[in-house]
Write a protein that binds this ligand. Structure first.
Ligand code: NAP
Length: 373
């Protein structure tokens, strides 16, 4: 992963074009004349082949050929340009309902994506419109117009609809401001600090006049946080043998706001250092997503008790009615150059499963995307 200067508006893309071990099934390739749309297009889709045990493997996915569907009245045909690759997709590979239903075996993986309308039977969309929505991991698909939102490519690069101006940005915005309630001069600790949500949290906390301590899994990521995003202190949890000790040094007056993206032993350490009336925002627990058994850790209640502190989880859709407010503010900060973003772009539709696995080894700096076309 190389680092490039990140500019507001432009962000940067780390391109990973390694297609070795591609999942594409050669037996599934179309023969002459098969599955072509309009004489030009053929379709591919990624399905859940099996449920993982622990860390997912490429074998848990399968790439299939499918027909390019025809839109009916009120529908549009969308060509995928970018797929959003998100940690919660791992939870959906498990059986059993979480806050979203599980993927079914042999069914298409679904998630956020940005695409281009190639055919429209809806008055709301024209061919060439750029749209975003929760759709399937497919190259082409039909969508109902009410499930799509237009993206304005003149406002910002279209990939931002999946990152800083999409769910990760909104998650950072509402989680930090509504639950964390950071005050000027307070210390905010962010785990998963170099990810899509985390790096936005760090910057919003700086905008609010806080001292920010970021925890991430490489020196390269921490350099980015300190040198590009003005994060005050960083800790590399993979090389730091005493995370609590390092945090204590970095937060001499305690932790006023903890924005938790990862859970596990990192959060155990942070919770011992919370200050009076601290707020812990439980956004994600990625360190636990591949666990086969429920995690048992230190009990946090005594820390909350003696510090009169709060801890609250949230799901971003809790804030759906206020998304407009969040988008406006994030867009304004982006325009003013107060927010930057980074993107880690993996090339090629068939590499989407590999990109998902990469989230768990920390391959991404910023938003993980797959460029399809
Ligand atoms: P992300 O942070 O861009 O990517 C995941 C990162 O997690 C990796 O880059 C890796 O960075 C880190 N990580 C992976 N395994 C880890 C482990 N065992 N211990 C510590 N860190 C680990 O992903 P994101 O989309 O921005 O999401 C961040 C968190 O927010 C996730 O937990 C996600 O589930 C959650 N989320 C919640 C909501 C909500 O509604 N509550 C919405 C969106 C996202 P390192 O190199 O630092 O290890």
């Amino acid at each position: 992963m190389g680092l490039t200067q990140s500019l507001p508006w432009v962000g940067f893309a780390n391109s990973d074009t390694d297609v070795s071990g591609s999942l594409f099934c050669s037996e599934c390739m179309p023969g002459d004349g098969e599955t072509l749309y309009d004489g030009r297009m053929q379709n591919k889709r990624i399905v859940l082949a099996s449920r993982p045990t622990g860390m997912p493997r490429l074998e848990n996915f399968r790439i299939e050929e499918s027909e390019v569907p025809q839109p009916k009245e009120g529908e549009v045909l969308v060509r995928t340009l970018y797929l959003s690759v998100d940690p919660y997709l791992r939870s959906r590979m498990n059986e059993g309902k979480s806050y979203v239903p599980p993927f079914e075996i042999n069914e298409v993986i679904t998630g956020g994506l940005v695409g281009e309308v190639v055919e429209s039977r809806s008055p709301s969309f024209q061919p060439g419109d750029i749209v975003t929505g929760y759709l399937g991991w497919q190259v082409y698909q039909v969508a109902r117009s009410e499930d799509l939102r237009k993206v304005d490519p003149k406002f910002a690069p279209i990939t931002t609809a999946l990152g800083i101006l999409g769910i990760p940005g909104l998650t950072a915005y509402f989680g930090l401001l509504d639950i964390g309630k950071p005050q000027t001069g307070e210390t905010v600790v962010v785990s998963g600090a170099a990810g899509a949500v985390g790096m936005t949290v760090c910057q919003i906390a700086k905008i609010k006049g806080c001292r920010v301590v970021g925890i991430a899994g490489s020196d390269e990521k921490n350099e980015y946080l300190e040198h590009e995003l003005w994060v005050d202190k960083t800790i590399n949890y993979k090389t730091e043998p005493d995370i609590r000790g390092a945090l204590k040094t970095a937060c001499p007056t305690g932790v006023d706001v903890y924005f938790d993206n990862v859970g596990g032993h990192i959060s155990d350490a942070v919770m011992t250092l919370i200050s009076k009336h601290a707020r812990s925002v439980i956004c994600g627990q990625i360190s636990l997503y591949n666990n086969e058994k429920p995690d048992v850790g230190p009990r946090v209640q005594p820390y909350l008790l003696v510090k009169s502190a709060l801890m609250q989880g949230f799901i971003i859709t809790d804030y759906a009615a206020r998304f407009g407010e969040g988008m406006n503010q994030l867009g304004q900060w982006l325009k003013e150059g107060k927010l930057k973003y980074a993107e880690h772009v993996v090339e090629g539709f068939e590499n989407a499963p590999r990109a998902l696995l990469g989230l768990f080894s920390g391959e991404n700096l910023g938003k993980q995307l797959v460029k399809v076309a």
